[in-house]
Write a protein that binds this ligand. Structure first.
Ligand code: C5P
Length: 235
């Protein structure tokens, strides 16, 4: 079983001039936190971090940890980076039938416990699955047109979940699904799998496993990780 962290994005929405995955969070580059959570899971033989070619920053984060390796084969989109990472795994000893857990570097508050929960739920399943959370908020659809945003309609939230990562699928099945959806915009692995007519498992995730996208998210992630460390007697 393997993990793959696509970390080849520019993080342009945060506007920091540094790729998001290297911004400091709780005193360390963001990438260090999900890497540690995944390393805590002994089932994972290797954690492959996909970066852009020539990006040396990840090497420092990985340090001398033998199970964490760099694959400098990132592509122009997240899906392209994931697909290239799967190819890299297959060229470096993995089999198409092996499981891979794909996790965004930007979900830096993931816990080892949640990763184990996903594995336990999916390991005997034919398809695989993802961490996700049932939607708690009331949903509004925005009216089209110019001027201030106004409500067009309230969207029923029953049965709706927010997708998180990790997402766990077999390497060969996921590679084929991504190849088949190359002409669509794919923002997570599960949607490519769904495109094959398959039904991934929804495994309850955690609210703290949010994706850092805007500056406020960075502050929140910092607070979550520092509080956790303090609770473990680390601060
Ligand atoms: O930009 P966004 O937050 O959607 O990125 C999600 C994850 O995908 C991040 O960990 C980012 O580094 C990664 N990514 C990538 N290759 C790209 C774009 C994003 O690996 N070309």
């Amino acid at each position: 079983m393997y993990a793959l962290i696509p970390a080849a994005g520019s993080g342009s929405r945060l506007g920091a001039g540094v790729p998001k995955q290297y911004l400091p969070v709780a005193g360390e580059p963001m990438l260090a936190h999900p890497l540690r959570a995944l390393l805590g899971c002994e089932d994972l033989r290797r954690i492959v971090v996909v970066t852009q070619a020539g990006d040396e920053s990840a090497r420092e984060v990985l340090g001398s940890e033998a199970r964490a390796v760099l694959a400098p084969c990132g592509g122009p989109s997240r899906a392209a980076s994931v697909r290239a990472g799967l190819g890299w795994l297959l060229e470096h000893g993995a089999s198409p039938g092996d499981w891979v857990l794909v996790h965004d570097a930007a979900r830096c508050c993931i816990t080892t416990q949640a990763v184990r929960r996903l594995i336990d739920a999916c390991v005997h399943d034919e398809v695989g699955g993802l961490l996700a959370l049932p939607l708690a908020d009331t949903l509004k659809r925005q009216r089209e047109g110019t001027g201030p945003a106004r409500v067009q309609a309230t969207v029923p939230r029953s049965g709706l979940w927010q997708a998180q990562t990790p997402q766990m699928f077999r390497i060969g099945m996921l590679a084929a699904a991504l190849d088949a959806s190359a002409d669509r915009e794919i923002t997570d692995e599960a949607s490519a799998i769904e495109g094959q007519g398959l039904r991934p498992l929804l495994v309850p995730g955690e609210a703290s496993n949010f994706k850092v996208t805007l500056t406020g998210d960075l502050e929140l992630a910092d607070a979550v990780l520092r509080a956790r460390r303090a609770a473990c007697g680390g601060d």
